[in-house]
Design a protein around this ligand. Structure first.
Ligand SMILES: Nc1ncnc2c1ncn2[C@@H]1O[C@H](COP(=O)(O)OP(=O)(O)O)[C@@H](O)[C@H]1O
Ligand SMILES: [Mg+2]
Length: 468
């Protein structure tokens, strides 16, 4: 972060100094976990139901060396910047810092699937052009967002942030905290539809990202998703369509996949064409990489370098299309970080592609947060697995049963679906069943499902690095 005096910082967040030296310099980091506080840092105390950050305020100063504490109530003997709402104050502080960094370009992205993946792709390109700050993993909410933004300083050229939404106004708020000049909208699907109510509301919420762009900004929009394409009308900025549609300005043609599901394509841009060979698995990475390419092009990366850089991209955030081979000849696709119908469809297509001449097994768990769409969303995924010709389906947990129902409803499917009660049962079943040559996909909503992927990883060590 950029150094700020306590007085300066208090002014930025509309706070009141209590017992703090106004001239003392905060040099960062800014932390809300008191164990991470370092000398020169600021501790932000959130009032919580279970844990109250203010209980750790004294320790953050005495042991951690915090210059002051940003909080909502006074703590005896602790130098404080007092505010009504520390969360909002954190956002205001991030904004104040960004406003003092004119050489910094903020790149924001949103979508229903692929934000973290594409954030990582973009950051791998921008780091070639200048110092880049991007968070590890998601960090896409009202805490993670300002937390990441506050790591930018005078040397930072690019700040890459994913903007998540669980309701209308969320993306707009995150854009107030860190206003992007370049915005990327990947897709509009049904993730979190339980909170939103309808796909239209999700489109409305995602589009907030482009509404706030300045006239000299750029909106990178997925030409292949009609709801994203329509966002052209919602921005004052220039727009660039990316995708496989014929009118996309940044486009992929002649897409082919290798036996690991890695795409090769010809990149078509207004500057010419170049061959691209991705090292990351999944057909859906074509669109993600095109979005990243549009950002890098806007920032000045020449076409030849761009094509080469796209080929060098990896997937640093874990459990997203992590493909690895086991010593026993089984290939595992660990895509267990999270699941919704669209990302599960993408993963199933990758499985089917990689398993064209191998036995394919999909271990599919419950997809959370689908609300009223829950039953249909699961059934749709089951049907797709069968239609793609997946050989074995292992449906994990009773609440995922509609996946099984969907699969067995496909009359001419030659495969088989098995319902198992939980992750341990799935692991036991796989242990019995797996044989050399199999390709196994593991997919579901988070923690519980990834136990299966972890077991597959532990039981036979990797014989070869995956796509990460
Ligand atoms: N463009 C895409 N379309 C569909 N699924 C995708 C896409 N990009 C990534 N995914 C898959 O979606 C899941 C979530 O990916 P992630 O990058 O963490 O997205 P988010 O941050 O939006 O939740 C992973 O399984 C990933 O492989
Ligand atoms: Mg994410």
């Amino acid at each position: 972060m950029i150094p700020m005096s306590v007085a300066d910082l208090a002014a930025a967040v509309d706070g009141r100094l209590v017992g703090a030296d106004p001239d003392a310099l905060v040099t960062g980091p800014i932390e809300f976990d008191s164990r991470k506080v370092r000398p020169g840092g600021l501790f932000v105390a959130f009032p919580g139901e279970k844990v109250d950050g203010h209980d750790y305020a004294a320790g953050a100063v005495a042991d951690g060396g915090a210059v002051a504490v940003l909080g909502s109530r006074q703590v005896d003997g602790v130098p404080m910047v007092l505010v009504d709402d520390p969360r909002a104050a954190l956002g205001r502080l991030a904004r104040a810092v960004l406003d003092r960094l004119p050489a910094l370009t903020v790149i924001g992205l949103t979508g229903s699937s692929g934000k973290t993946t594409t954030k990582d792709l973009i950051a791998q390109l921008t780091v070639r052009l200048g110092a880049t700050v991007a968070p590890p993993g998601s960090f896409n909410n009202e805490l993670g967002h300002p937390y990441t933004a506050l790591q930018a300083d005078a040397d930072t050229r690019f700040l890459v942030l994913e903007k998540g939404a669980r309701g209308l106004g969320h993306v707009r708020y995150l854009c107030e905290v860190a206003p992007p000049r370049i915005a990327v909208v990947l897709n509009v699907g049904v993730s979190h539809i339980g909170e939103f109510g309808s796909v239209e509301a999700i489109a409305e919420a995602k589009g907030e990202l482009v509404e706030g762009l300045p006239a000299d900004g750029l909106a990178v929009l997925n030409a292949d998703d009609p709801r994203v394409r329509a966002m052209t009308a919602r921005t004052a900025a220039r727009t660039v369509l990316v995708g496989e549609a014929a009118d996309a300005e940044i486009r992929a043609v002649d897409v082919t996949l290798d036996d690991r599901g890695r795409a090769s394509y010809t990149l078509v841009t207004p500057d010419g064409r170049a061959p691209v060979r991705l090292g990351i698995s999944g057909r859906h990475q074509v669109g993600n990489s095109l979005a990243a390419a549009a950002v890098a092009r806007e920032l000045g990366m020449p076409l030849a370098e761009l094509a080469e850089a796209l080929g060098a991209l990896g997937l640093p955030s874990t459990r997203r299309m992590d493909v690895f081979d086991r010593t026993d000849g089984v290939t595992v696709i660990d895509d267990s970080y999270n699941a919704n119908p669209a990302s599960t469809a993408a993963a199933l297509r990758a499985l089917a592609g990689m398993g064209a001449r191998r036995r394919t097994i999909a271990v599919l768990g419950y997809m959370a947060e689908l609300g009223e769409y829950e039953r249909d969303g699961h059934a749709e995924v089951g049907r797709l697995a069968a239609e793609l010709g997946v050989d074995r389906l292992l449906v994990v947990g009773e609440n995922a049963t509609p996946i099984h129902d969907g699969a067995v409803s496909v009359a001419d499917w030659g495969g088989e679906s098995v319902l198992v009660s939980d992750q341990q049962a799935a692991i036991a079943e796989l242990r019995r069943e797996l044989r050399s040559g199999d390709v196994v996909l593991v997919k579901g909503s988070r923690y519980r499902t990834w136990e299966v992927a972890d077991a597959l990883r532990a039981e036979a060590a990797r014989s070869e690095g995956g796509s990460r």
